[in-house]
Ligand binder design. Structure first.
Ligand SMILES: [Zn+2]
Length: 416
């Protein structure tokens, strides 16, 4: 036994690694709050985290084996005593990073957590990444305005030259309608990473079901000319609710659809439902309860509360929010109508409550509860690829039904 370590020494009971292109998270879970300090070492880049008053357990020494060869940010992790009672964790990094190291109080199934989020120093440009995915030769080169060419060819004509007309410019609508003005749908697979969402009796995790349905949704949307889908997450990692909103706004998404499959108190509850944001109060006690549960994702998934909210709460007072919610309700009704053809409806109307993830002031946003994972029949169906596809098809049909009557404003420029 090392000096300085006594019975009070905390032990790390679990370590988890969540690698993703966006950032890699490493979590230490313990029975008591961990005290830590951190610093950087340059060339090669290393992040060093010293944790006080803990013993070097097998769980800690086993961490290195959990870091995958393909981790985008961490090359290796080394864990050892630095001095009595202080365990030093050294992350050898692949690139320059901006880490966020913070602690989370116990919540739900978790004890105290020390979280190390390793973000890249230069995050990728979301819109650029989205567009590069779809770069096509015909869309890459802008076609010249048809009227411009004849005007140029008349230049050397023998006829007396009229006063030189100004160059003919294609009207703005033409350039935006030549197939390069995409409608972007942000698809948000609920939960992820440390936040499994609801868990069915057979062990199905909501975060896996939502990602599977969202991927099918994306595939179907991308197959529609002039429509493109952005997946808010395409891996098993946690995205704070405010970041989901921010990502959709960064790509100027026209619509936002959050996909869920939650649990209900009674296993007999079943059916699909659709929710929109409410400016004040919820339309029912059930809707209020559902919003409260969904908003807990930040606590369970572990959002760093020290980071400034990119979507200013003040913008919610904007008058445009009322109009956006009206559009969200229309979108919700259209999707609900289509879902009725695939599953029974839990509620025949779109419900409203204070869902944090639906708070884009300028993007019509809905949250779709595809089915109840707490219902054994529905849990089984949710895990079935064919059923997931039916769900995705119904949601896309609903989106198209909405867009047919409510085309997005063309005055929102998007340079492609
Ligand atoms: Zn959920």
């Amino acid at each position: 036994l090392l000096p300085g370590l006594s019975a009070w020494a905390a032990s790390v009971r679990a370590t988890r690694v969540w690698p993703a292109a966006e950032y890699t998270r490493v979590t230490f879970e313990s029975d008591t709050a961990l005290r830590f300090s951190q610093f950087f070492v340059k060339s090669p880049e290393r992040l060093v985290v010293d944790i006080e008053g803990i013993e070097l357990s097998g769980e800690l020494t086993g961490l290195a084996a959990k870091v995958g060869l393909r981790d985008p940010y961490i090359e290796t992790v080394r864990v050892a005593y630095n001095r009595p009672g202080v365990v030093r964790v050294v992350f050898d990094l692949r690139t320059a990073v901006l880490p966020q190291v913070f602690v989370l109080p116990p919540v739900a199934q978790y004890g105290h957590r020390l979280v190390m989020d390793i973000h890249p120093a230069e995050p990728p440009d979301l819109l650029l990444t989205l567009l590069r995915q779809y770069e096509r030769p015909e869309a890459a080169a802008p076609t010249p305005a048809p009227s411009a060419a004849p005007a140029a060819s008349q230049k050397g004509a023998a006829a007396p030259a009229p006063a030189q007309p100004p160059p003919v410019r294609a009207p703005a609508s033409e350039t935006s309608n030549d197939g390069r003005r995409f409608i972007i749908v942000a698809i948000d697979p609920g939960h992820g990473g440390e936040d499994p969402g609801a868990i069915g009796r057979a062990g199905t995790k909501e975060k896996d079901v939502t990602l599977a349905i969202a991927r099918r949704l994306k595939q179907r949307i991308d197959a529609i000319p002039n429509m493109r889908a952005l997946l808010i997450r395409d891996e098993d990692y946690f995205v704070p609710l405010r970041d989901r909103v921010a990502k959709a706004r960064k790509v100027q998404a026209d619509l936002f659809v959050s996909v869920h499959a939650d649990a209900w108190l009674k296993p007999s509850a079943r059916g699909s439902s659709v929710f929109a944001l409410s400016e004040r109060g919820a339309t029912s006690e059930a809707a209020r309860w559902m919003a409260k549960k969904e908003n807990e994702s930040d606590l369970i998934g572990g959002a760093n509360l020290n980071v400034r909210d990119p979507v200013l709460a003040r913008t919610l007072l904007d008058l445009s929010l009322t109009a956006t919610i009206n559009d969200s309700l229309k979108l919700g009704r259209a999707v609900l109508t289509e879902l009725g053809g695939v599953n029974r409806l839990h509620k025949a109307s779109v419900e409203q409550a204070g869902f944090a993830v639906l708070k884009s002031p300028d993007i019509p946003s809905i949250l779709v509860e595809t089915a109840f994972i707490s219902n054994p029949d529905e849990e089984k169906r949710l895990g079935d690829g064919a059923y997931q596809d039916k769900m995705a098809a119904a949601i896309v049909a609903g989106i198209r039904r909405y867009l047919a009557k409510n085309p997005p404003l063309s005055n929102r420029p998007r340079v492609m």
